[in-house]
Design a protein around this ligand. Structure first.
Ligand SMILES: C[S@@+](CC[C@H](N)C(=O)[O-])C[C@H]1O[C@@H](n2cnc3c(N)ncnc32)[C@H](O)[C@@H]1O
Length: 301
């Protein structure tokens, strides 16, 4: 089913890159209106600059998923708000604790390096495929956006030797780091997922932390659900087939891997985070697919 191959590449309008734009669409939608759930003003111009017609029509309210309990605007806005706030808070807590080096793995169209209030001496590395990194850097510069930290973009595939590239860009292995991998893992082959965490561990000074999502049954997301989700998108005219973009099959869960490799975990279930944000977790199809999902933060040692 997968159309993935070693060395495949993309920009934000194509292949795996389009998933970064899809997430940015949801952040842009959740940022609209008088009482927005997310504050990401750069998501909208980024999506428009990518130029995929169906995504722009979503921003303009010409394509809605109102009849769909999983994709309708209210549900999607709450889900993206919960996710965005978790990773925002992770960085805020890390910098409050003195961390001055952050790495956003698979940064896509994430604008945290431009929208979060970082300490003055903060360095934020962003890693994604070269054309994704170039697109965002160039588009935001054209838009007049200025990073709020020392932003160091690195265009490299995460299946390649990204630790070497990170060090070449000035990464300091002796300083604690806050890492995030948001919406990434299903797009990596299972072995590369394990290797990613091994590399993070090897580069992490004491008190470094990593945050990511955990699915107790990754197959639930990658299997039938991916097909159903893609079918719904296709019905709305979106030409995006998630099943072709992810690596399905057996993989170790994040919690199992991290706990057996020396990391101490704290996990918040999605239901806890919904409640924490004042939302009610829906008792519907979303519960069946995402109900067991957690967001984890882990410290080495
Ligand atoms: C669903 S998007 C999430 C983007 C971003 N973290 C966010 O939450 O908005 C998945 C991202 O993973 C990146 N990605 C997937 N596999 C990758 C790889 N092998 N190397 C570099 N980036 C990769 C894609 O380019 C894309 O930006």
């Amino acid at each position: 089913m997968t159309r993935r191959s070693a060395g495949d590449s993309w920009d934000p309008a194509s292949h795996v890159g389009a998933t970064a734009t899809m997430v940015a669409v949801y952040r842009a939608l959740a940022s609209q209106g008088p009482d927005p759930l997310v504050n990401d003003p750069l998501a909208d111009p980024l999506v428009r600059a990518v130029g995929l017609e169906q995504f722009v029509r979503m921003l303009d309210g010409e394509i809605t998923f109102d009849d769909d309990p999983l994709l309708c605007r209210g549900a999607a806005n709450e889900l993206i708000a919960v996710r965005t706030r978790f990773f925002d808070d992770f960085f805020t807590e890390a910098t409050d604790a003195g961390v001055r080096q952050a790495v956003i793995l698979a940064s896509g169209l994430d604008t945290r390096a431009y929208r979060l209030r970082w300490p003055d001496d903060m360095v934020v590395y962003e890693i994604d495929q070269p054309r994704v990194i170039e697109f965002k850097t160039w588009t935001l510069a054209e838009h007049g956006a200025v990073p709020t930290a020392d932003r160091r973009p690195i265009g490299i595939d995460l299946r390649n030797d990204w630790p070497a590239a990170l060090r070449q860009h000035g990464f300091d292995v002796n300083q604690p780091t806050a890492w995030i991998a948001e919406g990434l893992l299903i797009y990596l082959p299972p072995d590369d997922q394990d290797r990613l965490f091994d590399s993070i561990a090897a580069l992490s000074a004491p008190t470094s932390q990593v945050a990511t999502e955990h699915f107790p049954d990754p197959a639930l997301v990658s299997g039938e659900h991916a097909q159903q989700l893609s079918a719904r998108w296709n019905r709305m005219g979106l030409d995006l087939n998630l099943s072709e973009l992810i690596y399905s099959g057996e993989r170790r869960t994040v919690m199992e891997y991290l706990t057996t490799h020396g990391w101490r975990l704290t996990a918040r279930t999605i239901k806890e985070l919904y409640a924490h944000n004042g939302f009610e977790f829906p008792d519907d199809e979303m519960a069946a697919v995402l109900g067991e999902m957690s967001f984890v933060a882990a410290t080495l040692g």
